[in-house]
Write a protein that binds this ligand. Structure first.
Ligand SMILES: Cc1ncc(COP(=O)(O)O)c(C=O)c1O
Length: 406
């Protein structure tokens, strides 16, 4: 009998090449230290620190009692939820969307994976403005496509420009990803900027994936616009990703969606039919409630975030040689620690922000996500989804530690 050496690597090349989520890792590290009794203040979490509003929880309890929801349901989502998503998006995008142009997924992250797998071929290039949410690069790589990083500057408020996009355009470019409000910078793209990006995409036959998961969290005079509402012609080449996680404090419920052209959505439904099938029915009923019962609870949460935003921005800006833009949206501040790179802090050499995050966690017991996770070393992401007391305590500790610079 023929014999073969089948003892190749145990893990596939594709999955071996995927980075673990750095934001979840920081959060886990902080929580593990806390569990050991360390007085850790963690700025790592990318989730509201509020419970899901009662009305939504009650709807889920009722749904759990209904045998109808104990069974498989349509792969693309419950009709009433898809309807609510289509209606909501028709308003924000200023264009008609119907149920067949929606798919409910296991969170925004899963929406992104479905979108990348459905749209991208091997070798396709995706323009990704940095700083970027770390999942984008990995979702693109899982589709065997190539993330092409487009840098922005702190001076421009981390707003991507068409000039920079243009520099990275090739015959292989298929897609641009935009996230506004942005994770990790909090930047909110203006109407004019979005129009420019939309026109650039149209002129070059590109697709746009717009991640609108932080759509309601905008402050001061900033407004969030869906690119389809500004450049309607892009609708046929645009995928809108969204979900209930951030607006309704529902990160654990895992409901997201894609809205887009029918052919792409049908293909994504096909993909989902062979992977996860329908999303949990109880969570879908809860998401339906979230989308239809009003924004009162969210407005209260937003007032709290606004106060914290100013507080953390002030405290970070008070640290010697740290600069920080005032976040325009979401719930993250993204200060620069570039001055401290290559210096020693409390006798420990700091080569990059990974080192800085380690030493700050070890000596000051404060966790944040280093900028390397978002393609921009030298910066750090601070979620302000924690109490004002914790924000003050955590940043004050960092300020004190950084005075020990040599
Ligand atoms: C920009 C962005 N998009 C999408 C998501 C995904 O959210 P979820 O998968 O929790 O719905 C997140 C979560 O952190 C995010 O920051």
């Amino acid at each position: 009998m023929a014999s073969f050496d089948n003892s190749g690597s145990r893990i596939s090349k594709l999955v071996s090449g995927i980075e673990p989520s750095p934001t979840l890792a920081v959060d886990a590290k902080g929580k593990a230290l806390k569990a050991k009794g360390e007085p850790v203040v963690s700025f790592g979490a990318g989730e509201p620190d509020f419970p899901t509003p009662d009305a939504i929880v009650e709807a889920a309890i009722e749904a759990a009692k209904n045998p109808k929801y104990h069974k498989y349901s349509p792969v693309a989502g419950l009709e009433e939820l898809r309807n609510a998503i289509a209606q909501k998006t028709s308003i924000t995008a200023g264009a008609d969307y119907n149920v067949s142009q929606t798919i409910v997924t296991n969170g925004g992250k899963h929406a992104l994976y479905n979108a990348c797998l459905t749209l991208l071929d091997p070798e396709d290039e995706v323009l990704l403005p940095a700083p970027y949410w770390s999942t984008y690069t990995e979702a693109i790589k899982l589709a065997n496509a190539k993330p092409v990083i487009v840098n922005t500057t702190e001076e421009s408020g981390f707003h991507v420009t068409v000039d920079e996009l243009q520099k990275h355009l090739t015959s292989k470019t298929k897609l641009i990803i935009i996230t506004s409000p942005n994770n990790p910078t909090g930047a909110v793209l203006s109407k004019e900027e979005l129009i420019q990006i939309g026109k650039f995409a149209l002129e070059n036959n590109l697709w746009v994936l717009t991640d609108e998961i932080y759509e309601h969290l905008v402050y001061d005079s900033h407004s969030q616009y869906s690119i389809v509402s500004l450049v309607p012609e892009i609708k046929d080449r645009c995928l809108i990703i969204n979900g209930v996680a951030k607006t309704y404090a529902m990160t654990g419920w895992r409901i997201g969606w894609i809205v887009g052209p029918k052919d792409v959505i049908s293909a994504a439904i096909n993909l989902q039919s062979q992977s996860t099938s329908n999303v949990n029915n109880i969570a879908q009923v809860a998401a339906y409630k979230a989308l239809t019962y009003g924004m009162e609870d969210f407005e209260k949460m937003k007032v709290v975030f606004e106060k914290r935003r100013k507080l953390i921005h002030g405290l970070l800006s008070d640290i010697n040689n740290v600069s920080c833009n005032l976040p325009e949206g979401a719930f993250y501040a993204y200060p620069s620690f570039k001055y401290y790179m290559g210096k020693s802090i409390a006798g420990v050499k700091v080569n990059d922000t990974l080192d800085l995050a380690d030493i700050i966690l070890e000596k000051a017991k404060v966790a944040f996500v280093p900028g390397e996770a978002f393609g921009t070393p030298g910066y750090g992401r601070f979620s302000y989804a924690l109490s004002e007391e914790d924000i003050t305590e955590g940043i004050t500790r960092i300020n004190k530690l950084l005075t020990e610079v040599e």
